[in-house]
Ligand binder design. Structure first.
Ligand SMILES: Nc1ncnc2c1ncn2[C@@H]1O[C@H](COP(=O)(O)OP(=O)(O)OP(=O)(O)O)[C@@H](O)[C@H]1O
Length: 291
């Protein structure tokens, strides 16, 4: 079992922004979702874990080793899948994987070939291996991204907003692959897509203004809102009045009609009870989290 321990971590940029504010978390094998609005500190936390920036204080232990002092310990066991590689070379998927495997220290040619063949199979790209990566569709690029992240058999995989821009079928396929690999390794998933966290992650945290606002399993967190979420269809003219009178946590459009969800311990008049979702919990937490 792999374990990443984050203890009282603090990171402040030169401009004074405190991007990581006293964060403590323990993450084990499985998928861990990091949710938070833009600027919450998700990327700062991930960059600090992989040793791209030094925190001012706190501890980071990966499998018991201090990775602030020894960042190479985690780098050797890390797979990283960024949101976008930016540049896609005019080389084939196979050639690129061979090159990246060498960079990751898979020195033995036989072992390299074996790993690459298995990975191409895993991400369903064997038939496309001789195609140039820049000709790949968005979904194929993301699947290629997983394959490169898995080179060298990492123990921890960090994934930054992986399903942005994928069609539903590719998103499902991508999530299926992530879910499969997370049985044996830590997968740290940063995303804006609350639904992906609900479907995939066994644990999650919500970050805002550099601070962890809540940690737990999606199911447990959602159940804390049972019997406290109420919804109503409203017209445009009612909106201001409802916002003034109730603790509004989300607005949605359903069949071209605005539906408002509110938090209340007792049923407000004219509202119907609804089953709470992780999206309700997320908005509720963000709204409660005053800086
Ligand atoms: N290099 C930097 N120098 C100064 N401030 C920075 C730097 N990088 C990030 N910040 C600031 O730190 C805060 C956290 O940013 P970060 O990118 O970690 O958030 P995020 O949750 O990843 O956001 P997003 O979802 O938009 O990617 C923001 O206020 C951001 O403006």
């Amino acid at each position: 079992m792999n374990q990443l321990c984050i203890e009282k971590l603090n990171l402040q940029y030169k401009n004074g922004v405190k991007a990581i504010d006293d964060i403590s978390l323990t993450i084990r094998n499985g998928m861990f979702g990091l949710l938070g609005p833009n600027g919450a500190g998700k990327s700062s936390l991930m960059k600090t874990i992989v040793g791209l920036q030094q925190p001012q204080s706190g501890k980071l232990l990966f499998n018991g080793i201090d990775i602030i002092q020894q960042p190479e310990f985690i780098r050797k066991q890390l797979g990283f899948l960024p949101q976008d590689f930016g540049v896609y070379p005019r080389t084939s998927a196979l050639q690129l994987l061979q090159h990246l495997a060498v960079l990751k220290g898979v020195a033995d040619a036989k072992e390299r070939k074996k790993q690459i063949d298995i990975l191409l199979e895993k991400v369903n790209l064997s038939a496309e291996k001789n195609k140039e990566v820049f000709r790949f569709s968005g979904g194929m690029r993301q699947r290629f991204g997983i394959a490169q992240a898995l080179l060298g058999n990492p123990s921890i995989i960090i994934v930054d907003e992986p399903t942005a821009g994928l069609d539903p079928e590719e998103r499902n396929r991508f999530n299926g692959i992530l879910s499969e690999i997370s049985k044996e390794v830590i997968v740290l998933l940063s995303t804006h897509l609350v639904e992906d966290v609900r479907n995939l992650c066994s644990s999650m945290a919500i970050l805002k203004d550099g601070r962890i606002r809540v940690v737990g399993s999606p199911g447990d967190l959602v159940s804390t809102l049972q019997g406290k979420i109420w919804a109503k269809k409203i017209s445009k003219t009612e909106l201001t009045d409802v916002e003034q009178r109730f603790n509004v946590i989300s607005h949605q459009w359903v069949e071209n009609q605005q539906v408002i969800s509110v938090y209340a311990t007792q049923q407000p008049e004219g509202f119907e009870a609804v089953h709470p979702t992780l999206e309700h919990f997320y908005f509720y937490t963000i709204k409660q989290s005053v800086a």
